[in-house]
Each structure stands twice: as C-alpha cells, then as structure tokens.
Design a protein around this ligand. Structure first.
Ligand SMILES: C[S@@+](CC[C@H](N)C(=O)[O-])C[C@H]1O[C@@H](n2cnc3c(N)ncnc32)[C@H](O)[C@@H]1O
Length: 282
C-alpha cells in the first residue's frame, strides 16, 4: 500500500504493545470470525460471532437508494471510518459517489483492503457480497454488472490511516465529506463514554452541512472474544443511548433500527445479540 508521507502515522503505543494493532492485526481471521458471507445465502443459519446479516446489506442498499439524490453524485466524497479489513458497507454507494476514502488505525487492515483493490490472489473474496447487492438487491442479474461494480469500486477507493482518538481524526485532504460511514468502531474503541461523545462531535465536524452519518453499533456489548482472547467494552450502549448521543453531537437522527440474532447464539464469542443501524444528518 502506498501512502503519501503526510498521511503516514507513527504507531501509538500503550507501553510496549500497540493494543489496537494487537487486537485487529489478523485481518483474515477477523473476517472469518465476524464476517462470514455465507449468512447472505438463503436458509443459512446465523452464526454466533457474525456482525453481518442479510439485513446489513439491505440497510446500506436502502440508505443509498433513498438519499443519493440529496448530494451531487459526481463530486460526493465518502469516508469509511474504522473500516477495518471490510469493504461491504460501501458496495451500494459506488454508483452515487466520486471517491471513497477507507480509513483505519491498523495498517494490516488497510493492507488487506489494498490487496483486494490490487486484485491480489490472496485477497479476501468479497464476490458473494457484490453478487448479493448487485444481483439480488438491485436486480442487475448479469455477471458483467457485478464485475463492473467491483472495478468501479477499485477505481474510487483510496486508503488512508486514521485515529479516532487523535485531535485530528483523518488527514485534512479527505474532509469534509458528504457521507461519513462507520461500522462497529466508534462504540467499541473509545476508552470512556465521555471520549465517545467527544468523538461523535468530531465526526459531526468532519461532515459537510446537510451531509450524512451512516453507522452501525453493537447494542449492549459488554465483552467479545477474538481468537483466544477476551475483550471487555468500556461502556455499553442501548439504541436510545446512541440516538441521544447523536442528537447531543448535533445530528438529526433520520432512521434507527436494529437486527437481532437468536438469543441461543449468545455463546462463546460475543455478549451482544443486537446490532443498530442509524442514519443521521448534519
Ligand atoms: C469491530 S472492528 C469493525 C471493522 C469494520 N468496520 C466492520 O464493520 O467489521 C473495529 C475497527 O476499529 C478500528 N479501530 C480501533 N481503534 C481505532 C482508532 N483509534 N482509530 C481508528 N480505527 C480504530 C480497528 O482497527 C477495527 O478495524
């Protein structure tokens, strides 16, 4: 991955270990555990650790269908904040934006997305997700349509480092953006609730007037397991909390909804079974 010098960041260390690097440094393992694309197939049972479901693809599809006329598609910028190794959240955005900045704190995650962008044979295979969105949700059934969407995304995609805990979260060249998208990052990466609230205000400042904030948050998360390690959430959020804190940051909440896993799936991976999708506007 090539980053221009001004976008490079030094690793922020906690003692000798960079906690985030350590927690999220195995992109393939993360995707295998939390992003099993098999859940998109009909009649496939939900997996306990999955952060994704058919509802996820539907939510993003609905958002871009409903709101893309609210911005200029030929110039619109989208920033994915804390995108990890995942590109699913903006597959539906591709026809409606001019550039997509994918950001994360962990270099291994940016490298994984870079591999996909560069068609590296070892890159994660997102084609089931593209097929689901383009063929099933958008009704474009030719295999060309899927490949075109993948290629268009490759051409729009830029990779940048970010740090949601820093004074300046993302490089200045990328902001303000028309759409800021963030999934499962803000609600789980801050050390205190106060930091989360300050972070939301910074996110607000990174969006153009009338721009959109489209987000996913795990509800009632207290702990989760990644590999053999247990991690504990610094604070836990209800859907009402999320809406309230977005409003306090200045946003107008347009849509707030959740999908849930069957409770019997709450076994060894994660304490939460409910995932919120919230659309807010500046
Ligand atoms: C639970 S993962 C979510 C990844 C992806 N958005 C998804 O939907 O699966 C949380 C992400 O937040 C990133 N992250 C953690 N701390 C961060 C920080 N200080 N700044 C930016 N990203 C951070 C991690 O590297 C990780 O990719």
């Amino acid at each position: 991955m090539n980053l221009s010098p001004e976008l490079q960041r030094d690793s922020v260390n906690d003692g000798d270990i960079d906690v985030m690097e350590e927690r999220f440094n195995d992109a393939k393992k993360y995707m295998k555990e939390f992003l099993p694309l098999s859940v998109l197939e009909e009649n496939t049972p939900m997996l306990a650790s999955s952060l994704i479901s058919p509802s996820t693809a539907q939510y993003f599809h609905n958002f871009y269908q409903q709101y893309h006329k609210e911005w200029d598609n030929s110039t619109a910028l989208l920033l994915e904040l804390g995108g990890g190794p995942c590109i699913y959240s903006y597959v539906s955005a591709v026809p409606h934006v001019a550039k997509i900045y994918h950001s994360d704190y962990v270099k291994a995650n940016l490298d994984e997305v870079s591999m996909w962008k560069n068609k590296d044979p070892d890159a994660f295979d997102w084609s089931p997700y593209f097929k689901h969105v383009v063929q099933k949700l958008e009704g474009r059934t030719s295999s060309c349509a899927v490949l075109e969407r993948e290629d268009k995304l490759r051409s729009l995609l830029r990779l940048i480092p970010c740090d949601i805990k820093a004074d300046v979260i993302a490089p200045a060249v990328t902001i303000p953006v028309d759409i800021l998208s963030s999934s499962f990052c803000l609600g789980s990466s801050y050390d205190t609730l106060e930091e989360y609230k300050v972070g939301l205000k910074k996110v607000y400042d990174m969006i153009t007037p009338n721009g959109f904030f489209v987000s996913q948050t795990t509800i009632h998360l207290t702990w989760f397991k990644h590999g053999n390690k247990m991690y504990y959430a610094a604070f836990s959020l209800s859907l009402e909390d999320v809406k309230q804190y977005y409003k306090e940051a200045g946003f107008n909440v347009l849509h707030a909804d959740t999908w849930s896993k069957p409770k019997e799936l709450i076994t060894g991976s994660i304490s939460a079974a409910e995932y919120a999708f919230v659309v807010a506007r500046k």
